[in-house]
Design a binder for this molecule. Structure first.
Ligand SMILES: Nc1ncnc2c1ncn2[C@@H]1O[C@H](COP(=O)(O)OP(=O)(O)OP(=O)(O)O)[C@@H](O)[C@H]1O
Ligand SMILES: [Mg+2]
Length: 292
């Protein structure tokens, strides 16, 4: 039970998923409460996407249980997950660039009037709604009939999130929403994640960028090659510890000493004095730049 006394929105109990001989997930447990951001961290191939695809009805787990609001579920399709309030925003957003902001916002669920052949979309009402919902999150789309392709990556990501929230999502799953974005655009998305949390949604935020995850997260579940390294409350773990765990402590130490070696060779070549690298900072800078 959460600190606020609420029940878990999603309770993943020891699920495993195999693709032939590949163990994509092995006995993973994870929990997400209303009004919190649960960060799922891990390197490439760790199993993050596989885990959320299992939660959103794309894959079926081979072992373990998934409980939504305390009730066991076995989704047959993404539609069923959506009906239970689990909305997933994939990195390759399901949007039609040439269609308008409004049409992408509603995607077949536009408000309509009339019946049969006489049915018409209430376009001006749809435009106003799309405009207002985007405005609420601080994005002023001057003309909602403009093509989505004219929005920036961050704005498109926010549109997908706004759509999910508007249509009643309880759990918002975001797969690497900031990975292709610059600092400013990533900030827009992160601010919106914080807003969704304040509205009481549960957010599962997937990333391999600790610097994006740390400011918004309440808890971290760390995956490594399909296995869980554990779940940590933010108050119990520093940003550096999260980073170290993701890079793998030993790998990070090795990287640090390799970088020091390069630095020494470089300063030797230039004939300058040896300036000592700050070990942690060097490794962090290298990991950070390899991730952006
Ligand atoms: N449909 C599939 N068929 C076979 N193997 C798969 C399939 N989907 C994922 N895998 C394998 O499962 C493992 C986990 O992949 P997954 O995409 O979940 O990783 P990830 O943590 O999302 O990585 P990334 O950060 O690169 O997106 C990988 O070894 C991958 O090759
Ligand atoms: Mg992935």
């Amino acid at each position: 039970m959460a600190a606020n006394g609420g029940h878990a929105l999603i309770d993943v109990q020891s699920i495993s998923k195999f693709f032939g001989s590949v163990i994509a997930l092995k006995e993973i447990s994870m929990i997400c409460y209303p009004g919190e951001v649960m960060c799922l961290l891990g390197d490439n191939g760790a199993g993050k996407s596989t885990l959320i695809k299992t939660l959103s009805g794309v894959h079926k787990q081979d072992e373990g249980r998934i409980l939504i609001d305390g009730e066991e579920v076995n989704f047959e399709s993404p539609r069923e997950a959506l009906d239970k309030g689990i909305a997933t925003v994939y990195q390759d957003l399901a949007m039609v660039p040439l269609m308008s902001v409004t049409r992408n916002f509603f995607m077949g669920r536009e408000p309509a009037e009339g019946k049969g052949l006489l049915q018409r979309i209430k376009m001006s009402m749809a435009n106003t709604t799309a405009h207002d919902e985007m405005k609420k999150i601080g994005i002023d789309v001057r003309d909602p009939s403009q093509a989505v392709g004219t929005l920036s990556g961050g704005e498109r990501q926010c549109l997908a999130i706004a759509r999910a929230v508007y249509f009643g999502a309880k759990v918002l799953i975001l797969d690497e929403p900031t990975s292709a974005l610059g600092v400013k655009q990533a900030g827009v998305v992160l601010r919106y994640v914080a807003q969704a949390k304040a509205r009481g949604l549960g957010v599962i935020f997937i990333t391999h960028n600790v610097h994006h995850a740390y400011p918004v997260a309440d808890r971290f579940t760390m995956l490594n090659r399909g296995r869980s390294l554990g779940t940590f409350e933010k108050k119990d773990i520093s940003r550096e510890e999260v980073l170290g765990m993701m890079a793998g402590g030993k790998d990070l130490d090795q990287l640090t000493s390799e970088l020091e070696e390069f630095q020494r060779a470089d300063t030797g070549r230039k004939g300058g004095g040896v300036s000592q690298l700050e070990p942690g900072a060097a490794a962090e800078a290298a990991v950070q730049s390899s991730q952006t």
